[in-house]
Design a protein around this ligand. Structure first.
Ligand code: 5GP
Length: 189
């Protein structure tokens, strides 16, 4: 994933609280050609797995999941964070602590779109302490579905989300693992 590393080095900005800001291509403006390569890479990494659905969480996960789903030819389901009167009444829910927002929120998916017959690939932009990923895994488990794996674009290896997921025996692929050195430079592991 050399092109991902180069993009992070060129465009990534380290903010207070160990936040890596990649708004120019992933979290605000979206570089479609770049994300298409990310989707292809996830397909390559999980090509031996059966996948019937890709699950992510709004908002930033959606574009990555969509790019990936076109290579698996499966639907994308995104967990909703925002409560809405439009949401089906019967939902699976997880409570998640948001690292970037500093508060707890509920993620929900309708029971209509996740079933015990699904084999689910979870996709997200960042992995920090693992709350979002574990929240998504919890939704998969609540539905009695099978987890095919988790694909993450950027894992911050100095936080323990990766460790938690690997210890649970989850098939986790992070396209890059980053840390910051004492001079706040981005370093790849
Ligand atoms: P976790 O739940 O693993 O602690 O954090 C992952 C979630 O928080 C991701 O879905 C992502 O939206 C957000 N996040 C965590 N760290 C960062 C970061 O350094 N940069 C950005 N842009 N988002 C982050």
């Amino acid at each position: 994933m050399e092109y991902l590393k180069q993009k992070i080095l060129k465009e990534g900005i380290i903010k207070e609280g160990c936040i890596l800001k990649v708004d120019s291509f992933l979290n605000h403006q979206i570089d479609v050609e770049f994300l298409n390569e990310v989707g292809k890479e996830f397909k390559r990494r999980f090509s031996d797995k059966e996948v019937t659905k890709i699950l992510t969480v709004e908002a930033s996960g959606i574009a990555i999941a969509v790019m990936t789903a076109q290579y698996f030819n499966v639907p994308v389901l995104f967990a909703k964070k925002v409560e809405s009167s439009n949401m089906d009444e019967s939902t699976y829910e997880s409570e998640v602590y948001s690292y970037t927002r500093g508060k707890t929120y509920k993620m929900r998916v309708s029971k209509n779109y996740l079933s015990k017959d699904d084999k689910v690939l979870v996709i997200d932009d960042f992995l920090a302490n693992g709350s979002a990923a574990l929240g998504l895994v919890n939704l998969v488990e609540s539905a009695g579905a099978e987890l095919s794996g988790i694909g993450i674009v950027i894992e911050k290896s100095f936080q323990d989300g990766g460790k938690k997921l690997r210890e649970k025996g989850i098939n986790l692929h992070s396209l890059v693992r980053v840390e910051f050195d004492s001079e706040n430079n981005i370093v790849f592991k």
